[in-house]
Design a protein around this ligand. Structure first.
Ligand SMILES: NC(=O)c1ccc[n+]([C@@H]2O[C@H](COP(=O)([O-])OP(=O)(O)OC[C@H]3O[C@@H](n4cnc5c(N)ncnc54)[C@H](O)[C@@H]3O)[C@@H](O)[C@H]2O)c1
Length: 370
């Protein structure tokens, strides 16, 4: 199969769909790989590395789109890229179609086979192409929180670990899923006092066993959240209820009771956030202060560390990409339910139920088409 990879054109997006190591894997499996010149620069991968891995480098994105049977990207295509679609193209990337009618219409009109990272679900209900980004956001949340606790960034001026003879910082984590557990790991590693709250008792048991008494676990309810955040130096918002609005656990009335200069990192902001006072911010202007509490609410946190993010994402996407390339999308989907769950558009039809519902379009079962 002819595989393509272009430079991402979304504002501030530095990740890339294929690393040179990925190219090597596709070439070893007998495929041809076409990469736009400069595509990997934002993640620190030079053109020479792609050439050594066996890719053919092309000037400009248009030629890569034209020649490719499968395009491997990171972000959804933007309007400028719609005219480059061609019938039967496999587009393997994050699509987020439920929130984007224009793109949905463009993929349907272009008869593109849209394979979305975010809906690919394994039999155990895990979402393997979302997990690496949650791991990164969780670990980064403590790094960013530690930075904004510094005085010159508006924070209260405390060091997470303290030093002998001073108090350690209190880190409170709301939600102990992938983001929360990764935040916990780094906060513990940095020597903070960590409290983690979740409604899932099984999850709390796992975390308690893992850290052997080094952390405080609490069931999540209004009283426990209120008590915990009043003493907190750093609060991480990492709650998710799949398919529902994120509950606003971190209430506006708590802020005046908190330490001035405490920091709230609302990682869940991409799903609306779990703070009543949260609104989305960007890497260019990541924080604002409300009632003395510094709020960090960046919607695409992994974008801050594109090299790590690219390697982590492509570690997860490569396996499925190779499966698709091997015998085509149809054969791969007949074998793999996980891949079927990722196909959102196929031959002008919507094959993802949630996207169809979101736009009031007709849903077609992929199995009737392949
Ligand atoms: N901002 C970013 O860049 C970024 C990056 C990755 C993920 N995220 C977001 O982070 C959030 C968390 O993602 P995840 O992968 O950890 O999800 P997850 O499903 O692994 O974990 C969510 C956890 O929240 C818990 N929860 C549900 N209701 C709760 C409540 N009332 N109180 C406490 N805990 C509760 C669940 O039991 C679960 O353990 C999501 O909204 C995700 O979209 C944001």
């Amino acid at each position: 199969m002819r595989i393509g990879c272009v430079k991402e054109i979304k504002n501030n997006e530095f990740r890339v769909g294929l690393t040179p190591d990925n190219v090597r894997a596709y070439v070893a499996a007998g495929h041809e790989v076409y990469v736009e010149k400069g595509a990997g620069a934002g993640s620190g991968f030079g053109d020479d590395e792609y050439i050594r891995a066996g890719a053919t480098l092309l000037d400009g994105a248009a030629e890569v789109w034209r020649i490719s049977e499968m395009m491997v990207k990171v972000k959804e295509p933007l309007e400028a890229e719609y005219p480059l679609f061609h019938e039967g193209l496999i587009l393997y990337t994050y699509l987020h179609l439920a929130a984007d009618k224009a793109q949905t219409d463009a993929l349907l009109a272009g008869k593109v086979k849209g394979v979305a990272y975010e809906t690919l679900q394994e039999a155990d209900r895990s979402l393997p192409l979302l997990i690496p980004m949650s791991q990164i956001a969780g670990r980064l949340s403590i790094q960013e929180g530690a930075k904004y606790l510094e005085k010159r960034f508006g924070g209260e001026g405390v060091l997470l670990a303290g030093v002998p003879g001073t108090p350690k910082a209190n880190v409170v984590i709301l939600g102990g899923g992938t983001v929360g557990a990764n935040a916990c790991k780094i906060a513990v590693g940095m020597g903070a006092n960590v409290t983690i709250l979740d409604v899932n008792l099984k999850r709390l048991e796992e975390l308690d066993n893992l850290y052997g008494g080094r952390i405080q676990t609490l069931v999540s309810n209004d009283s426990n959240v209120e008590r915990a955040v009043k003493d907190a130096d750093l609060v991480i918002g990492s709650v998710l209820i799949p398919g529902a609005t994120t509950p606003k656990l971190f209430k506006a009335k708590y802020l005046p009771e908190m330490k001035p200069g405490a920091v709230f990192v609302d990682v869940a902001i991409d799903q609306g956030g779990c703070g009543e006072t949260s609104h989305m911010t960007t890497h260019d202007d990541p924080v604002y202060v409300k009632d003395g509490v510094v709020h960090y609410c960046v919607g695409n946190m992994p974008g801050a560390v594109p090299r790590t993010s690219t390697i982590a994402l492509t570690n997860a996407t490569l396996r499925y990409g190779l499966q698709i390339a091997k015998g085509g999308l149809e054969a791969a989907c007949r074998e793999s339910a996980a891949l079927r769950s990722a196909v959102n558009t196929y031959d002008g039809k919507l094959t993802c139920r949630n996207v169809a519902i979101a736009h009031g379009y007709e849903y077609t079962d992929l199995e009737s088409l392949i």
